[in-house]
Design a protein around this ligand. Structure first.
Ligand code: MN3
Length: 211
């Protein structure tokens, strides 16, 4: 099986003015595509890994042969993270609101939506260098905020990441995700990003993950 670059669920300019067209084109067509290409190259001829979804592949890296483990960690992580990221966004005004169920969980576990945004921003701006900020559903069914370096995913078990769980919201804080428009102002990008969050999708992911 080979992994494929998914189409964006909207046009390249659909997230303007929060995320500019050129950033979306380069981010999807070059950066994400490179992760897919490198992942396919790495697993070529490894029949043991055949047919695994990228999420299953990265969830247990101990099953990946040692000589390609880091390549799969970086590029499989990159493919999984970006495939999710595109789905988590929608044009301004189209993303809806958290479902009543998700809203209740946010209130219960994270102190409400305003506090979630504050803690998430702290995770996103506090991540030194490149990485991601996340809201995950932990093994106990509770929401948690975390961040990962590089292309690590909260799906990576076995002590690879600080907190393992199912990601339901994630923000790419690599410079390639925002530099053309925001330059060094990562905090402004994080604040603006809430306008394009697809809460309908986040709510769906929460409903699936909490089971
Ligand atoms: Mn990226």
């Amino acid at each position: 099986m080979t992994y494929k670059l998914p189409d964006l669920p909207y046009a390249f300019d659909a997230l303007e003015p929060v995320i500019d067209t050129q950033t979306m084109q380069i981010h999807h067509g070059k950066h994400h595509n490179t992760y897919v290409t490198n992942l396919n190259k790495a697993i070529e001829g490894k029949s043991d890994l055949d047919g695994k979804s990228v999420e299953a592949l990265i969830a247990d890296l101990s099953k990946v042969p040692a000589d390609i483990r880091n390549v799969v960690r970086n590029n499989g992580g990159g493919h999984a993270n970006h495939s999710l990221f595109w789905e988590l966004m929608a044009p301004k005004g189209k993303g809806g609101e958290p479902s009543p169920d998700l809203k209740a969980a946010i209130d219960r576990d994270l102190g409400g939506l305003a506090k979630l945004k504050e803690s998430f921003a702290a995770a996103a701006t506090g991540r030194f260098g490149s990485g991601w900020a996340w809201v995950i559903v932990g093994a106990d069914g509770k929401l948690q905020i975390t961040s990962t370096p590089n292309q690590d995913s909260p799906l990576m078990g076995g002590g690879v990441v600080e907190k393992t769980g199912t990601p339901i919201l994630g923000l790419d804080v690599w410079e390639h995700a925002y530099y053309l428009k925001y330059q060094n102002r990562r905090a402004d990008y994080v604040t603006a990003w809430w306008d394009v969050v697809n809460w309908k999708k986040v709510s769906e992911l929460y409903a699936k993950a909490k089971k």
